[in-house]
Design a protein around this ligand. Structure first.
Ligand SMILES: *Cc1c(COP(=O)(O)O)cnc(C)c1O
Length: 221
């Protein structure tokens, strides 16, 4: 189904992150050969086990929950971390990015689903993070937008409302924190990504303004 997912994503002007967790390097290479360059993994160990076996021009995204003690392993190469859900984690990413002489792009993950178990911030926690004195000192992370997962629900309206909520959060944060250009003249321009939509709901997500869909099973089937 890769071709269909790719064409629907492209038609909406969004980026397809092919979620390759549980897929073998051979399977990933098959999709790579069809032109896909952006792949997402949700676990650090699994990501590390694949990176060296696959082409160097793959952009690797970390989309799953990230523990602070694992940040150092991905800091040298990760292209985007979708799952930042605490100041502590962001601080660690900043520290490790500095050691590598890099600036690492990050998304803030929000909890917009009904399920209790999902990771993520609520809007107040994000405000607190972005207003904290510590955050102002970070020089090697760049907040590029937001990420969220909708409920695993048959109710399409429920899913749609949750995506709308995430987009609303994105817009609130953009106008509060990222609308002004910063000292080097680039501040607001980077805050533009809304990472939402998976195999079961990526079309709803695209119609609600997703700029990045994370699709696994459908791409590899
Ligand atoms: C697995 C996963 C996806 C993709 O899920 P599919 O249903 O296979 O498309 C997207 N986002 C995250 C965070 C995931 O862990």
């Amino acid at each position: 189904m890769f071709a269909q997912v790719q064409s629907k994503t492209q038609a909406a002007g969004a980026t397809l992150v092919a979620v390759s967790k549980t897929q073998s390097p051979e399977k990933i290479l098959e999709i790579y050969k069809q032109g896909q360059r952006v792949f997402g993994e949700n676990r650090v160990q699994e990501l590390l086990s694949k990176v060296d076996l696959l082409p160097k021009d793959i952009e690797w995204h970390l989309i799953g929950h990230l523990q602070t003690n694992k940040v150092k392993f991905i800091a040298p190469f990760v292209r985007l971390i979708h799952s930042v859900d605490s100041l502590k984690l962001l601080s660690e990413i900043d520290k490790e990015a500095k050691k590598c002489g890099r600036v690492i792009d990050c998304l803030l993950q929000f909890h917009v689903a009904q399920e209790e178990t999902k990771f993520g911030l609520d809007e107040n926690e994000a405000l607190e993070l972005l207003q904290s004195p510590d955050f102002q000192t970070f020089t090697n992370v760049r907040i590029c937008g937001v990420m969220g997962m909708a409920s695993f629900s048959e109710d399409q309206n429920q899913v749609r409302r949750e995506f709308q909520h995430l987009r609303q959060i994105f817009q609130n944060l953009k106008s509060k924190f990222f609308s002004q250009r910063d000292a080097n003249g680039t501040g607001g321009d980077f805050f533009k990504e809304i990472s939402m939509g998976m195999s079961s709901d990526f079309e709803i997500a695209l119609s609600e303004g997703s700029t990045m869909v994370r699709v696994g099973s459908l791409v590899f089937n």
